[in-house]
Design a protein around this ligand. Structure first.
Ligand code: PIT
Length: 193
């Protein structure tokens, strides 16, 4: 069980649409991870959740959060993930007021690399927004890696042939073709089909 292998901290690392995340230290290796705790009671759709885990376990890219292991007890399911301490891209944009062109280029190239990789694995994210990119460390923008999080709305797709109809995403950011109910992977880059 989780409690046997990790020491969990009480303080929350972050709170998002994805639930609450805190730090935990492995008793064996002392490595510090992020743990997302999901109460089973609040789980509307177990199959969706299983798919989220399957997708995250597949992903292996420097700009996508890593899922290392999962635990389950009577009340909760726990996801042991890579620890990011640098906060959301959203907050960094607000703090800085504006980005220089070289800074924006660094951010965009990391985002596009992650999306290109995800799509090459036939996975679309469907909820990309500045809240769902975390900086790995608190170092400067130019030295800290960006990581995509929250695969709660992600799904598999069949390239070239399949169009999706499920309306998923966040109102302020969702691509127009998603609202129209006919879209493909291009919804992750905002472009209409
Ligand atoms: C961290 C630090 C933090 C939040 C998270 C990770 C959240 C990650 C996450 C990733 C997912 C997901 C839900 C939450 O579905 O403040 O290291 O893929």
């Amino acid at each position: 069980a989780l409690l046997d292998s990790y020491i969990m901290e009480k303080k929350n690392l972050g709170e998002g649409s994805y639930g609450s995340v805190c730090k935990a230290t492995s008793k064996v290796t002392q490595v510090v991870r992020a743990v997302k705790t999901i109460p089973k009671k609040k789980m509307p759709n177990i199959d969706r959740f299983r798919q989220e885990i399957a997708i995250m376990k597949m992903m292996d890219h420097p700009n996508i959060i890593k899922l290392y292991e999962t635990f389950e007890d009577l009340r909760n399911i726990y996801l042991i993930m890579e620890l990011c301490t640098g906060g959301e891209l959203f907050d960094r944009i607000i703090q800085e007021g504006h980005f220089t062109e070289p800074q924006a280029a660094l951010v965009m190239s990391q985002i596009l690399r992650a999306i290109y990789y995800m799509h090459s694995q036939n996975v679309m994210h469907r909820d990309l927004k500045p809240e769902n990119f975390l900086f790995h460390t608190t170092e400067s923008l130019s030295t800290s890696l960006l990581k995509i999080i929250d695969f709660g709305l992600s799904c598999f797709f069949t390239p070239e042939t399949e169009t999706k109809t499920t309306k998923a995403g966040t109102p302020y950011y969702v691509a127009p073709q998603v609202l129209e109910g006919k879209y493909d992977r291009a919804c992750d880059i905002g472009r209409a089909v």
